[in-house]
Every structure is written in structure tokens, then in C-alpha cells.
Design a protein around this ligand. Sequence first.
Ligand code: ZN
Length: 185
Amino acid sequence: MYATKETDSLTFHQGEIRIPLTPFHFCPGLLTKVFGPRAFWLTSFMAANVLIDLEVLYYLSRNETPLHRHLHSYLGGSAVGLVAGLIMWGVVLIIARLMPASSRWKTRLDQTPKTKLLTQSLLAGLIGGISHVFLDSLMHDDMHPFWPFVTGNTLAGIVSVSALHIGLGLLGLFSLLLWLLLREP
Ligand SMILES: [Zn+2]
């Protein structure tokens, strides 16, 4: 499906972002953390977003286009999201084991069944993967979000890149402030 070609330069083209701006993807996760269920695994959500954008970094390093391929589809993004959820679940269990017994965080974790923790982590990773593909599909016309069923991306350009980044940035800032204000001491 992908006809690859070498790019002559990796400069910025007008309206086209050539480096992955992954932190913008964290903003909806922050909002979910503030208003969503307490057990939302922001770490798994963020890990999914980082893993998906490794695809862009890889093709940038090889000077090849398109930059957004299989991992930037709902199928690929969901799979990566689940992998991220699995990895973060394992990481958190290892960290919990190393924490002192007096840790409130460890106590809370130990009281929750491991399968429930896994489900929570997988779900957050999945949401991270799907939201990543959706947000990127508003910007990048080299994506095929519904691969392998449908080619093309009709949503690309529906919102200007700057408006999307400003909106996400404000959303992230707002969520972060609320999180700091509302979190338990
Ligand atoms: Zn991306």
C-alpha cells in the first residue's frame, strides 16, 4: 500500500508537521484523569502515544515517506495501545514490589486484584492508541486510519494544525491545573 520514497530534506513544509509532537496527545489523557474514573492509568495512555510515534521517528531517521503507516491506523494503534497497557502493568507491579510496605500507593495496589489492574491498564492504553490515531488523522494526509479496509484519510485538514495544537495545549494546561487543585493530598 505504501509507496516509499526518499525525501530530499526534512524541513518543515507549510502546515505540515514533520516531527512527532507527541506531548499534545497527552492532553485528552490528562482531562480523562481529572474527570474520569480514579483508576484511569495515565501512564499507559501516555506510553501508547509514545510507542505509536516511534513509527514516525523511525521513518524520519530513514528519510522515508510516508511517515505515518500501520501504527497510525485504528487497527495498529489499538494493538500498540494494548501492548503499552501490558508493559505498564508489568512495570507498575515491579515498582510496587520494590516500594516500602508503608507506601499508601503500594497498599492500594496490593488490595486490587491483578487482573483488574491489567484490565484498567489495557483499557487506558487502548484509549491512548485510538485517540492518537483520531487526533493525527485530523492533521496528516499521509495516513490511512482505516487500514487495511479503507485507504485514504478524509478527515485530514478538517481543522487547521495550529488551531488543533492551541486547543490541545489549552486543554492540557486546564487539565493540569485542575488536577493539581483537585488531587488528594
Ligand atoms: Zn502520531
